[in-house]
Design a protein around this ligand. Sequence first.
Ligand SMILES: *Cc1c(COP(=O)(O)O)cnc(C)c1O
Length: 427
Amino acid sequence: MSLPGAPFLARDGAELKLEGHALTDLAQEHGTPLFVYSRAAMLHALAAYQRALQGRPHLICYAVKANSTLAVLQTFARAGCGFDIVSGGELARVLAAGGNPAQVVFSGVGKTRDEMRQALLAGVRCFNVESLGEMDKLDDVARSQGRRAPVSLRVNPDVDAGTHPYISTGLKGNKFGIAHDQALAAYQHAASLPGLQVVGIDCHIGSQITQIEPYLDALDRMLDLVEAVERSGIAIHHVDVGGGLGIHYTDEKPPDAAVLVQRIAQRLDARGHGGRELLFEPGRSLVGNAGVLLTEVLYLKPGRADQGGKNFCIVDAAMNDLVRPAMYQATMAIEPCRVCDAEAATWDVVGPVCESGDWLGRDRALSVLPGDVLAILSAGAYGMTMASNYNTRPRAAELLLDGARVHLIRQRESVSSLFADERLIDS
Ligand SMILES: *Cc1c(COP(=O)(O)O)cnc(C)c1O
C-alpha cells in the first residue's frame, strides 16, 4: 500500500521526502519537533472537491479547527475557499489571513454574545444555530445592532457515522444540533424572530468517516425537512452537508472526495433539489495527509524479553504536540526519515511527558538509532491545533513547503512566552 500522503510524500532511496524536500535535512535545519506541510498537497485535496462541484452552485468552507495556522488559511483563502469557524478566535484568524467573511459559516453549540456581535460586525455568511436558546440570543444581539442575522439550522439527523464516539456528532445522544423531530417547529420559531433571516440547513455527522452511506442518509433526512419547512412557507436557500470525510492513516480506505461529492450531488438532483446551493465543510480531508510531524529519537530503552518488557523508543515529540493517539487511540503511520541499518525491532514510540498515556505509536516495527528522525504521517489535521503546553513544553515550529521554497510559517514557541502573562504575587 502506498504511503499516506503519496504522491507528495515519497521515499527516494533512503530519504523520505515531502514535496521533494528531504525531511531529515529540514529537521536538521529547523529542529524538532517540527510540523511540515505541503502546500501542493493541500491544493490537490481541495481541487478534488472543486472539480466535482464545478457547474453547480456551491461553497467549500474549510473547517478551520483542523489546522488554523495563518499561512494555511491564506492558502485556502487564495484558492477561493470559504471557512467554517467555531469561535471568535477562529474568525479573527480567518480575517487576519485574508479570508472573505461573506464566505464564513459560524458553527458551534456554545456561541457567546460577544462572538455573535463580532461575527455580525464582520458580516459572516451565516450562523449555523444549534438550539432555540441560541436563536433567541442571536435575535436579540442582531436587533440591538439593527441587523438581521442569517441563520441555518444545524439538525441532528440521528445517523450513525460509524466513527470514534468522541468524533461522532450526528447521533441522538450527542450534544450537537436540533433534533430532527423538533426542527420544523424550530424553523417556524426562527422565522418568527425579526432579528433572524433563515437561509439554510446544515448537519455535520462526525469525523474520519470512511463510508458514503451515512452522508446520503443524513442528506435524505435533511431534504425531508427542507420540503416540510418550505411547504410551511419558509424558504431555505442552501444545504450544508458538513465535513467529516476520512483520510488514509494506516489501512483505512475512505472514498475519494470527488466520489463523495458526486454521490451527494446525484441524490440532490434525484430528489429535485439540484438547483440548491450545496455547502461542504471539509477539514481533515484537506490538510490531514498534507503534513507530517518530525521528531528526533532521544533514547532507546529496550525491555527485558524474559520479563515481558516492552521496547520503548523515546522521542522529543509528545502528546502535547500530537494528542490524537492519546486522546482517540488513533493509529498514525511512523516512518524513519532516513533508512538506517540498525536491526529492526518492535518499539512503542513515546514522548517525554509524565503520563503513561503519552504515546505516539504502539508496537511499531522500526529500525532506529538515537539521533534518527522519525516522521509521524498524516499529521496535518488536528495536530498543531490541538497542541498544548503541558509540561511547559513550547509548541513546535511549522514549515510550509511550496515547490522549491520552504516557508517558516510559525516559529518555535519560546519558553519565556509561556509564562509571560503570569504574575508573581507580592508577599
Ligand atoms: C469539525 C467540524 C468540521 C470538519 O470536520 P472534518 O472531520 O475535519 O472534516 C466541519 N463542520 C463542523 C461543524 C465541525 O465541527
